[in-house]
Design a protein around this ligand. Structure first.
Ligand code: FAD
Length: 434
């Protein structure tokens, strides 16, 4: 008789799942392949590594990402607890000091007497016991193949991109101004203003720059929410000015005027020594990044501590395969959690880890599983990825479009707060039941 649950992958989803299982008094074997082996995007030996932007998105409950975080807080998510604890200034968003965050989670997980952390790559799904597979978008190749043979149908994949990080001391603050859009927040963002001639020069260089060739790139599919800046630029000269470089609501304190375009920088660590370039996920060659991003006013001497990169993103064809508690319909002892299920994003991955962890315990105890209500963002996401009705499956971020509209008719301006109110009622009820 196996007296533990196996969790494979110590990322955001795997740590959350392991924690929820241990909180319910069940032993966990948590396998993490680092530092023995690293994916192309991971570089720290710590668990719960944040591979790209340090933002967990909005903290407002009138925003789906913010509401999802609040639901997870109420469900006592360890990941959101540490994100809150290690937050850095970022206006209305919850952004974290990535090193302190991962280090804190690693310590807490390692010190839990019910969790045995095993630093080893898993190449085959264990043949017995309850298993949670949370190996992320960059699941190692041997395990990928094993999962593929088990599922008997093709994986899906697309490409994701990460933004560059610069040091604050290399920024020219005589050009850059601090401000949040429309003056909302504490002026946490650093803004690099561009006039039209500067934008034109930058744009021309960007669209003609050399990109890194990726294996399988002829089949490349890019997720709209994480599109490389050069791909977006090629859609039209004004696309960036209406997208990540939009200047509206940002007045340059040096000139008193709104610039033609603005590149925003967001604090990346608590000390404020590092900033990431918002929306600048890219696949440009590193030398090209230095050359072209240095054309941005204020970044002419920027020191890049990390360049943007682009990677494979693997996820299973969840609709039809998974139930709304993230286990396989045809093999209920096997759960999936995190980005590999087709939920997209840090908090979304945590949410699926939490639901999978809670229900893995139920499976272990022979109890009936508990799906989260669709009126919650967590439940709506779980329901979306497991819905038989989806024919062309694409990864999904938290959004209000997948949450059922409230029965009570209210104006558009009140709708999101009503959804939030309903969701929180459901979560509080659920919390007492499970
Ligand atoms: C390049 C890139 C940029 C991204 N940028 C963003 C972003 O800006 N914002 C955002 O919200 N999301 C972003 N994402 C998505 C992000 O990865 C996920 O949102 C989140 O990290 C997924 O959590 P996870 O727990 O599913 O996977 P991960 O956090 O990747 O964790 C998986 C863990 O499993 C381990 N592992 C893999 N295979 C094995 C094995 N066989 N045996 C043992 N351990 C294994 C890995 O080492 C890793 O630690 C990005 C993803 C990539 C790849």
């Amino acid at each position: 008789m196996i007296d533990y649950i196996t969790v494979i992958g110590g990322g955001l989803a795997g740590c959350e799942a392991a924690w929820q299982i241990a909180q319910r008094g069940i032993k966990v074997k948590l396998y993490e392949m680092k530092p023995e082996k690293y994916s192309p995007a991971h570089s720290s030996p710590d668990l719960a590594e944040i591979v790209c932007s340090n933002s967990f998105k909005s903290n407002s409950i009138e925003n789906a990402a913010g509401l999802l975080k609040q639901e997870l807080r109420l469900m006592e998510s360890i990941i959101i607890e540490y994100a809150d604890y290690n937050k850095v200034p970022a206006g209305q968003a919850l952004a974290v000091d990535r090193e302190k965050f991962s280090c804190g989670v690693t310590e807490r997980i390692s010190n839990n007497p019910l969790i045995q952390l095993i630093r080893q790559e898993v190449t085959k799904i264990p043949a017995e016991g309850i298993v949670v597979i949370a190996t992320g978008p960059l699941t190692s190749e041997s395990l990928s193949k094993n999962i593929q043979s088990m599922l008997g149908q093709d994986y899906l994949y697309f490409f994701d991109a990460a933004a560059p990080v610069v040091t604050s001391e290399s920024l020219d603050m005589s050009i850059i101004f601090k401000a949040d859009r429309y003056g909302k927040g504490d002026a946490d963002y650093l803004n690099c203003p561009m006039e039209k001639d500067e934008y034109d020069k930058f744009y021309d260089s960007l669209i003609t720059a050399e990109v890194t060739e990726l294996h399988g790139s002829e089949d490349r599919k890019v997720f709209e929410g994480c599109m490389p800046v050069e791909v977006m630029a090629k859609r039209g000269k004004q696309t960036l000015v209406f997208g990540p470089l939009k200047p509206v609501g940002l007045i340059n304190s040096h000139t008193g005027k709104q610039p033609f375009a603005v590149v925003q920088l967001r604090q990346d660590n608590t000390e404020g020594t590092l900033y990431n370039m918002v929306g600048f996920q890219t696949n440009l060659k590193w030398g090209e990044q230095k050359k072209i991003f240095s054309l941005i006013p204020g970044l002419q001497n920027a020191e890049f501590v990390r360049y943007g990169v682009m990677h494979r993103n693997t996820y299973i064809n969840s609709p039809g395969l998974l139930s709304p508690v993230f286990n396989l319909k045809h093999e209920p002892r096997v759960f999936f959690a995190g980005q590999i299920t087709g939920v997209e994003g840090y908090v979304e991955s945590v949410s699926s880890g939490l639901i999978a962890g809670i229900n893995a315990v139920k499976a272990f105890n022979g109890q009936e599983m508990s799906a989260f209500p669709r009126q919650t963002v967590a439940g709506a996401l779980a329901s979306y990825v497991s819905s038989d009705a989806i024919s062309k499956f694409q990864p999904m971020n938290a959004n209000f479009g997948i949450v059922p509209k409230p029965e009570l008719k209210v104006g558009k301006d009140k709708r999101n707060s009503l959804i939030a109110e309903i969701s929180i009622k459901y979560i509080n009820k659920l919390k007492n039941e499970i």
